[in-house]
Design a protein around this ligand. Structure first.
Ligand SMILES: Nc1nc2c(ncn2[C@@H]2O[C@H](COP(=O)(O)OP(=O)(O)OP(=O)(O)O)[C@@H](O)[C@H]2O)c(=O)[nH]1
Ligand SMILES: [Mg+2]
Length: 350
């Protein structure tokens, strides 16, 4: 056999080199996995990363949310009307909206929703019994907070020229299925964030994204302390989050990983705690904090989560967050980033 190098050898060398280079580049990407229960705010954080560090949300991307937002509106009003003791004069409106499927409102951006439908939705939303039900039974209705804002703006949202604001993009709700990833760069560093679905039937898919994760962000919607899960009407949402956090923190894939814990939806929490005590959640039956004092209540929630951490050698860095607040997310992520780049939070957070 000749010892001279053949053209094929050169090609093969180039390919190997290419694979090695790719592997090196891949190693340089910091992988962030975002976990947490359904509706805790994972995707909202993901959207913020795209806004702050990624390609942003131009007009076309925002337009793509028009059918989603309109679909949200129809879903909310149908669900609410089912629960409503409907005034007789609004029965035709109720029958009208119930006869529709989602396609009726998901008309493409640039075309309006049928004005008759807009009128029925507005009538139902504005009627007194609906408003009373929304105020008094909100926690039992299983509808997101953004429903109010969208329903109040049905005329604007139904108009042909409607273009969602970035806030609308953040506020609308699509529960994630599967695993979604995005790459973004901050100066010289490269990041890849994985967003997963948090509802119970989605959790078994999480294992597929556990490999080579540099950082785990666990998100909890702390305002949901008095709410039951959407998937299991018998289980309190904070109880579920605590159990999930314990399971994740004891998982062998992450045993030597630090965790960043986002106590999220703090804006909604601060409002709710004024009227509903933390003892509404069974986990806090013995809570003795001052009524309405959100700082004390947050400290109690934080302590509960830290107590469930199964590896006492790891650092769990806790942030009180409001992921719809872009400026706040940016400030917090800048801190988190330093920890990721150093590979440990020890130095950064001591
Ligand atoms: N007011 C307020 N709303 C928030 C905050 N974070 C998220 N939301 C809203 O909460 C809802 C749920 O947020 P998502 O980001 O979709 O939740 P998720 O964790 O991705 O949910 P799944 O995909 O089902 O696992 C959305 O309507 C968000 O706009 C927050 O800090 N404050
Ligand atoms: Mg999601």
């Amino acid at each position: 056999m000749s010892s001279e190098s053949q053209p094929e050898d050169k090609i093969s060398e180039d390919i190997s080199k290419g694979i090695e280079d790719d592997a090196e580049l891949e190693k340089a990407v910091h992988k962030i996995l975002v976990l947490g229960a359904g509706e805790s705010g994972k995707t909202t954080l993901f959207k913020q990363m795209i806004q702050i560090y990624g390609q942003g949300w131009d007009e076309n991307k925002k337009k793509a949310f028009v059918p989603i937002i309109r679909g949200n509106v129809l879903k909310y009003i149908v669900a609410l009307t089912r629960r409503l003791d409907c005034p007789p004069d609004l029965i035709p409106s109720k029958e009208f909206i119930e006869s529709l499927d989602h396609k009726s409102v998901q008309c493409p951006p640039g075309s309006p929703i049928d004005p008759e439908l807009v009128r029925h939705i507005a009538n139902l939303w504005q009627c007194e019994p609906m408003q009373t039900m929304w105020r008094e039974k909100f926690d039992d209705l299983q509808q997101p907070n953004c429903a109010q804002n969208f329903l109040e703006r049905i005329n604007e949202i139904g108009a042909a020229q409607y273009l969602p604001s970035f806030h609308d993009v953040l506020a609308c709700r699509v529960s994630t299925t599967g695993i979604v990833e995005t790459d973004f760069n901050t100066q010289e560093e490269k990041f890849r964030m994985f967003d997963v679905g948090g509802q119970k039937n989605e959790r078994r898919k999480w294992i597929h994204s556990f490999d080579h994760v540099n950082l785990l962000i666990f998100v909890v919607a702390i305002d949901q302390y008095n709410q039951k899960m959407y998937e299991d009407k018998t289980k309190n949402r904070i109880t579920d989050s605590l159990e999930l956090f314990e399971t994740v923190s004891s998982n062998t894939w992450f045993k030597d990983k630090d965790i960043v814990l986002f106590l999220n939806r703090s804006d909604l929490f601060k409002q709710k705690i004024q009227n509903i005590p933390l003892t509404a959640c069974d986990e806090f039956l013995d809570y003795k904090g001052k009524p309405g004092d959100w700082e004390e209540a947050v400290a109690a929630i934080k302590a509960k989560f830290l107590d469930r951490n199964q590896n006492k050698d790891r650092i769990v860095k806790v942030h009180l967050t409001c992921t719809i607040d872009t400026e706040q997310v940016k400030v917090i992520f800048e801190t988190v980033k330093k920890g990721i780049i150093r590979g440990t939070f020890g130095d950064v957070f001591k």
